[in-house]
Design a protein around this ligand. Structure first.
Ligand code: MRU
Length: 317
């Protein structure tokens, strides 16, 4: 069965707890907007499009419980600041509430539209992938990060389904390890050949001619094509430029924030230093040393070869 990050049962929202992967596939039921907000903040679910879909169902559950929709909206908005899909989805839900529309239908529409956008993106993006491509990807942009299929990982999936022989270098993605824990898990389930590397390995592989293209997702894209994505993406874009390697960004159009021109105006989430200094029960740094944990960085449009959305292939510069 296709991997899913969440399932709506008509009353409750079920999440696959991504903090426990790959060891445990544990599903958790959420019953209101407060539990939903907590799950997004704690990264039980993550990935910009998945966060947007989950927040829509959270909004629906909160309003069904008789809570003030404005409060529900604010609680869910204040979970993670960078992923634009969260705001896109909540604005749609709020507007639907104000117009007296069927909120459950709108939440389901948001989920379905994301899934269909990913399928379309997969087909478009696949045109850019040559046979025998060795692709580097960062973070997790797969079914776990979306309503299904995935964005950057959706392109990789589609290339594999179309019969191309491809190989994927999976950036581990410190500190939350979305690459090694989640992307590798999805690729393994699909039987797509891959190898995990530490984040600092990519540059040397490029130098040695072992990477043909880089494909990443996005948390927010500005009007001119600057992109916020998982920390480490900017460094990869610079390395790709220096080595003359195509650098593709893949996202649904719901990731584009039309109100912002420059990436400098995108709020960057700063998370707890504890997530850098320990992994689960394992201490990785001395207690007394402070750490900085920026969850995202900005890649300028000029470092991007093309941005692929369900609406087409866009060359920002
Ligand atoms: O902190 P995360 O795991 O939510 O960050 C996820 C990413 O940076 C993804 O690349 C992005 O959201 C696109 S997911 C299709």
């Amino acid at each position: 069965m296709e991997v899913k990050a969440f399932r709506w049962d008509g009353e409750k929202l079920w999440l696959l707890d991504q903090r426990k992967l790959p060891e445990l596939e544990e599903w958790v039921a959420l019953e209101d907007h407060l539990q939903t907000a907590q799950a997004i903040r704690d990264m039980m679910v993550r990935g910009a499009p998945a966060i947007g879909c989950v927040a829509s169902y959270g909004f629906l559950m909160g309003v069904r419980k008789g809570e003030d929709p404005k409060v529900v909206y604010e609680v869910l908005r204040n979970t993670r600041p960078t992923a634009y899909n969260l705001f896109y989805a909540l604005d749609r839900m709020m507007e639907a509430y104000e117009k007296g529309e069927d909120l459950e239908k709108v939440a389901k529409d948001i989920e379905l539209e994301d899934y269909l956008a990913n399928k379309k993106i997969g087909e478009l993006g696949n045109q850019l992938i040559p046979n025998n491509a060795r692709i580097l990807t960062h973070c997790n942009t797969g079914a776990l990060a979306t309503a299904g299929f995935g964005t950057a990982l959706g392109v990789i999936r589609q290339a594999h389904y179309s019969g191309k022989s491809i190989f994927v270098w999976v950036d581990e993605t410190r500190p939350y390890l979305q690459g090694s824990r989640l992307t590798a898990w999805e690729l393994l389930k699909e039987g797509i050949p891959h190898k995990i590397i530490t984040d600092s390995t990519a540059g040397f592989l490029m130098k040695k001619g072992m990477i043909d293209c880089v494909i990443v997702g996005a948390d927010r894209i500005t009007r001119k094509g600057d992109v916020a994505n998982k920390i480490g993406t900017y460094a990869l874009s610079v390395l790709a430029k220096v080595h003359g390697i195509p650098f593709y960004v893949v996202a649904p159009s719901s990731t584009i924030d039309h109100s912002i021109e420059s990436g400098e105006d995108i709020p960057i989430e700063e998370r707890s230093e504890e997530e850098v200094k320990r992994f689960k029960d394992c201490k990785l740094a001395p207690e007394g040393s402070p750490a900085l944990h920026l969850a995202f960085d900005i890649t300028p449009a000029e470092n991007i070869t093309a941005i692929i959305t369900e609406k087409g292939i866009w060359k920002p510069t």
